[in-house]
Design a protein around this ligand. Sequence first.
Ligand code: SF4
Length: 676
Amino acid sequence: MENGELKNNRRAATAQVPNIITALVTDYLPTSVKEMKALGWDYVDVVLFSGDAYVDHPSFGAAVIGRTLQAAGYKVAIVPQPNWQDDLRDFKKFGAPRLFFGVSAGAMDSMVNHYTAARRRRSDDAYTPNGRHGARPDYPTIVYSSILRDLFPDTPIVAGGIEASMRRMAHYDYWQNKLRPSLLMDCRADIISYGMGEKVTVELARRLEAGEKISEITDLPQTVVRINDADRWDIADGEIAILDHDIILHSFDSCLKSKQHQAENFKHIEQQSNAMHGKALWQRHGDIWIKVNPMYPPMTTEEIDASFDLPYTRQPHPRYKGKRIPAYEMIRHSVNVHRGCFGGCAFCTISAHQGKFIASRSKESVLREIKKVTEMPDFKGYISDVGGPSANMYRMGGKNLSVCEKCLRPSCLHPKPCPNLNTDHRPLLDLYHAVDAMPGVKKSFIGSGVRYDLSMHRTGDAEIDKANRMYNEELIVRHVSGRLKVAPEHTSDAVLEIMRKPPFTLYHEFSRLFDKVNSQHGLKQQLIPYFISSHPGCHEVDMAELAAETKELNLHLEQVQDFTPTPMTVATEIYYTGYHPYTGKKVFTAISPEEKLAQRKYFFWYDHAYRQDITRSLQRLHRADLLQRLFPAHASYPTRNAVRNSNNDKNNGNNRNRNYSSSTNDRRNNPPKRRK
Ligand code: SF4
């Protein structure tokens, strides 16, 4: 029942920001005792604490877990961005829930959210109303669980979300510049639920409801548990033991002493995260064993549909009174059509969280969501993204699943597309056509990253190759909003090999196709490539070659990023240990700020301010050839400000070959599009 005050709240919210907040407060999960009472509840089963604002949308983790538990019959409250510095009333207000507390840092690791690659504090937070920073502490999982443990010693605490998921084993923390134990050792939660949490959270609720103690639940898939049993495995620490159903890793103490041990561990951690039927991983931390139970098999279409079809309002909670939440603004008119990614890029965490096997929604479920988007009062007919972790992996996977069931490859695309991989883009084309035919949709764009190595790959099957050519063409003609962003990431094949990306020649091929299709259709769209500096394996001279190569392509780089080592990627492990976890060989990485700057400056070779420095560096490297390519005699070069102004003028002409663009544009400045 809606009471008068709640009705007034709704009217007030809609009045302040017309056409945005259209749902009733009682349509959301309660965030206060007053809202709980308005729903007629006297208690809650689960209280979720999140570092993010509460946006009731399938791209926001707390909403997904809350709605999933609600659909399973539980009463769930959400406390978004609790104040951890006052009298802790946010933590006390619902009292002890019947089953458990859930804590999450939010949709991003809090340290990635708070700090730049140069470890400088950011001034904004895309997951907070008005982009305000300071609404969550560093490491909220640790802070929230500690407060709750003090206040409610007997209530189970479950940690989830990206931060807990990616820090589930001993990991390198770039911001503290040291190896950290599993987050479960650092925080006072009882258990970590890692990966996408729908199945595991409901199962956990059922088992707690059935009377099991949280300490007895040690076998649940996709959980991390602590086991106090120092003598469990009698295995020497210098080796990794691979048993029938378990893998015993080097202990945390041993990894503190040996970076090689840490690198060796990581190979198994990544392989088991990507296995369809993984083994449990055990790692000793002093007298305590941390056990990581394997992931659930990928969701079926029915299961993922059920998650996306939950009754989300698709809007921020009215408590924010229509304030702008940047991460929500990015995705409010977009839909996510699948989960998982089989690209296996060395610097990316998606597969460690979502797995490499693709779970695709049905066309009907996607269209139901599109219909809801078209009914939003501010929708003008443009779907901003029909995407996913990668844009074009919808309904893809192994042709022979029994082969995939035994596969431990971290990537289905690297070093070459797997012959067992079905790369047929027809289901995705069919979906695009159905979306575009929906009443109210004028155009749909693809904002997620397109894997052109997938759509350009020649399979030898005439039908599939024809469909994939058609995909590329339709993508360029119908689904680009002026600029298509792609991620070659580097020009050096040696660096690309470590990144697990395709050779740069493929970018050339795609770029030629892009130009040809644009010219055939009278379009003047831009292809915007992303590049990374200081990635493991990248030397200064690789960056100089990148500068020369992109100069010759008439590209003045816009989307560039300095490598940030985030927990649980192979690139991070190389950065920290100096070894490649799969080969055991040493790999160079630029570590010091000076080394990193020495690489980054090449992105801006055209800036007069860097010219002398780059010239000296290339002389030191004895690369007169690169010097000549970058700065031929008698050429003159603009300052960065002049380039910026030039960009503003020329972008109006929409000419890709005149894409003079802005300076360092850390990708993080564009808020992440969706939960990963
Ligand atoms: S067998 Fe091939 S398609 Fe299947 S998971 Fe392994 S790499 Fe991917």
